[in-house]
Design a protein around this ligand. Structure first.
Ligand code: C5P
Length: 218
């Protein structure tokens, strides 16, 4: 029997990396909802839309199709933007546009439509609280800012994306603050979520911990 798994937590806590591995091992679908907010931010900059104008963003989204392929590549209207949306500048823009209730409403609807059936691992900020409140397993994944900044720095270097550790560290702190203090769907642990601090855990240890939690739920 397949279930739905919600993984929430602050930026760079390892949510997407873990979700991707788990999905492959379990034969589940993975949806990285952060990528969708990144697409909105990226496309707005590209189309020269004012990112402080909620109505303009909503209008833009009507003409914008976000899709994923089986390898997790992300497309806007069939253009592969997988690399572009990972830039540090886009992280901050994504966090800004994600504070608008109408932007969230539009993306939450798409996410819920995608995960109508069971067998989804979704990662984000509001999956356990808003998008999939009925998910059978909810994980709230946290890690120290230092651990997260180190991971993101390493990831950028591996992907040949320009990186400055101090900028990444400050960016993570600022995004934590923005994501946790916005009015609409702030990042918070769902009541029935299990907290997992991955600061001192390897990827394999986190994956194995979630497998164990799944056994309890199934
Ligand atoms: O997870 P990622 O760092 O790619 O997300 C980029 C930004 O998108 C986050 O900082 C957050 O503001 C926003 N986001 C959100 N809700 C989600 C996923 C991401 O608000 N479910």
């Amino acid at each position: 029997m397949k279930i739905n798994i919600a993984i929430d937590g602050p930026s760079a806590a390892g949510k997407s990396t873990i979700a991707k591995i788990l999905a492959k091992e379990l034969g589940y679908a993975h949806l990285d909802t952060g990528a969708m907010y990144r697409c909105v931010g990226y496309y707005a900059l590209q189309q020269k839309i004012n990112i402080d104008d909620e109505e303009a963003l909503v209008h833009m989204m009507e003409y914008m199709q976000i899709s994923f392929d089986a390898d997790g590549n992300v497309y806007i209207n069939d253009q592969d933007v997988s690399k572009e949306i990972r830039q540090n500048e886009i992280s901050m823009v994504a966090s800004k546009v994600s504070a608008f209730p109408k932007v969230r409403k539009h993306l939450v609807k798409l996410q819920q439509e995608m995960a109508k059936n069971k067998g989804y691992i979704m990662d984000g900020r509001d999956i356990g609280t808003i998008v999939l409140p009925d998910a059978e397993l909810k994980i709230y994944m946290v890690a120290s800012v230092n651990a997260r900044a180190k991971r993101r720095y390493k990831e950028y270097l591996e992907k040949h994306i320009e990186a400055d550790y101090d900028v990444i560290f400050k960016d993570i702190e600022q995004r934590d603050y923005q994501d946790m203090n916005r009015k609409t769907s702030p990042l918070c642990k769902a009541k029935d979520a299990i907290e997992l601090d991955t600061s001192d855990m390897t990827i394999e240890e986190v994956v194995s911990a979630i497998h164990k939690l799944m056994k309890v739920k199934l």
